[in-house]
Design a protein. Structure first.
Length: 61
């Protein structure tokens, strides 16, 4: 019979924090994004994806 791993203090602290973050992302992602500068929000996005989105936003297209 395998022994169960002990639930650590770190897990006890981390799990509720993780749950709060997951719930916030699921229910109100915009409120989280508002805390970041636009440059930080764009980091990691494909430049071609950004350019395509910007092209669709232009009123002359």
């Amino acid at each position: 019979m395998a022994m169960a791993m002990a639930y650590t203090l770190e897990q006890f602290i981390r799990d509720p924090q993780k749950k709060v973050i997951e719930d916030a992302i699921e229910h109100d992602p915009e409120s989280i994004l508002k805390h970041f500068d636009p440059e930080d929000r764009l980091k990691g996005l494909d430049p071609d994806l950004i350019a395509a989105w910007l092209a669709k936003q232009r009123p002359d297209h």
